[in-house]
Design a protein around this ligand. Structure first.
Ligand code: MTE
Length: 326
C-alpha cells in the first residue's frame, strides 16, 4: 500500500518476520499474565475490550456450517491471522492492530442502510447476526502487498442483506464505510488515508455468492483487529476491498469513492481484482508469499488469476479490458 516512508520499500519487507515473531511472543506473555485461563464463559465475548486477542479460545464461539465454496488450501495459523494485519485506523505497522484494536467498542453497533433502497431501516448487529445461517468459508486472501493467507471465515452471503434492503432499479453500486471512533482508533490522527475508510462493489459483485459479510473466523467472533463486529470478505479481490468494522452501506447509481483510490488513483483502481498480469506501478503482482507457510528466503508462489476464483467470477468481467479496469 502507499506508506509515507522515504523509500518505496514495502513495510512488510522492511521488518523481518523474526521481529514480528518476537513481538508476538511478548504479547502472548502479556496476555498470559492477564486474563488467560481465568476467564468466566460470560466474560469471554467481552474479552476483546479487555486485552489483545492473539490466540484462540478467548472470544465467543461462532460456528458455521462447512461450505462447498471453501478452498482446500492449508489454513493459515490463527496467530498469524490475528497478529499480521492491515487496519490503518489502529496504526500502519502490521503488528499495531493486534496491539490496539481490542479497545474498539463493538457494542452497541448498528449498520445504517441508505441510498437507492426501499428499506432504509438500520440493522442492529444482533439482528444482522440472525439474518441468515452462518457458514464457514475458507478463502484464500491476497494482499496487494504480495502476501497471502487462507482464512476460515464465518459469515453469510452479502446478498442476504441486500435482499432485505430491497434496492431500487437505480442501485448499480454499493458503498461501504468503516466506523470512526477517535477515542479508540489511534490511526485516525494520521493523515495516511481520508477517514472513514470507504470501499465499494458493483451490484453484481456484491450479489455474487462468494461475497460474504464476515462475523467470525476460526469458529469464534472476529477479533477486532480483523474487523469486528462485521466486515466484508471478497476473496477474488486484493485485500483492501474487504473493508472492516462496517457501520454504513449505501446503494448508489454512480461508482462509489474508495479509500485507496482517493489516496493513489494511479495505483489502486475501483475493481482491484487479483491479476498477476497487471503489475502494481511499483512492484510485480505475479507472485506472493503465503504467511505462515513460505519462508522468507523461499521462492514466492505464483499468484493465480482472480486469486484462483476465475471459474466462479471471470464472467462478471466479460468484455472488460482488465488492464484498464484494474
Ligand atoms: N478496512 C479498514 N477499515 N481499514 C484498513 O486499513 N485494510 C485492508 C482491509 N480492510 C483495511 C481494511 C487491507 S489493505 C487488507 S490486506 C485487509 O483488510 C486485511 O485484513 P486482515 O487484517 O483481516 O487480514
Amino acid at each position: 500500500m502507499l506508506i509515507k516512508k522515504p523509500s518505496d520499500v514495502l513495510p512488510s519487507e522492511i521488518t523481518p518476520r523474526e521481529w514480528y515473531a518476537r513481538r508476538r511472543e511478548f504479547l502472548r506473555q502479556a496476555a498470559a499474565l492477564g486474563l488467560a485461563g481465568t476467564m468466566l464463559p460470560a466474560a469471554r465475548a467481552l474479552a476483546q475490550t479487555a486485552s489483545p486477542i492473539i490466540e484462540p479460545g478467548k472470544l465467543a464461539k461462532l460456528p458455521g456450517k462447512p461450505s462447498p465454496l471453501s478452498a482446500a488450501d492449508k489454513r493459515t495459523p490463527y496467530k498469524d491471522v490475528v497478529t499480521y494485519n492491515n487496519y490503518y485506523e489502529f496504526g500502519t505497522d502490521k503488528s499495531q492492530p493486534a496491539e490496539n484494536a481490542h479497545k474498539l467498542k463493538t457494542r452497541p453497533w448498528s449498520v445504517a442502510i441508505d441510498g437507492e433502497v426501499k428499506n432504509k431501516k438500520p440493522i442492529d448487529i444482533e439482528d444482522l447476526l440472525k439474518l441468515a445461517p452462518m457458514e464457514e468459508r475458507v478463502y484464500r486472501m491476497r494482499c496487494v502487498e504480495g502476501w497471502s493467507m487462507v482464512i476460515p471465515w464465518v459469515g453469510f452471503p452479502l446478498s442476504e442483506l441486500i435482499k432485505r434492503a430491497e434496492p431500487t432499479s437505480k442501485a448499480k453500486f454499493i458503498g461501504f464505510s468503516t466506523a470512526t471512533q477517535p477515542d479508540t482508533m489511534i490511526g485516525l490522527r494520521l493523515p495516511v488515508l481520508e477517514w472513514p475508510y470507504v470501499e465499494g462493489l458493483r451490484m453484481d459483485e456484491a450479489m455474487h455468492p462468494l461475497t460474504i459479510l464476515g462475523f467470525g473466523l476460526y469458529g469464534e467472533v472476529l477479533p477486532s483487529q480483523n474487523g469486528a463486529p462485521v466486515r466484508l470478505v471478497v476473496p477474488w479481490k486484493y485485500g483492501f476491498k474487504s473493508i472492516k468494522s462496517i457501520n454504513r452501506i449505501t446503494f448508489l447509481e454512480q461508482i462509489p469513492k474508495t479509500s485507496w483510490n482517493i489516496a493513489a488513483a494511479q495505483e489502486y483502481g475501483f475493481y482491484s481484482n487479483v491479476n498477476p498480469s497487471v503489475d502494481h506501478p511499483r512492484w510485480s503482482q505475479a507472485t506472493e508469499r503465503r504467511i505462515g507457510e513460505d519462508g522468507f528466503f523461499q521462492p514466492k508462489r505464483k499468484t493465480l488469476m482472480f486469486n484462483g476464483y476465475a471459474d466462479q467470477v471471470a464472467k462478471l468481467y466479460t468484455g472488460m479490458v482488465l488492464k484498464k479496469f484494474y
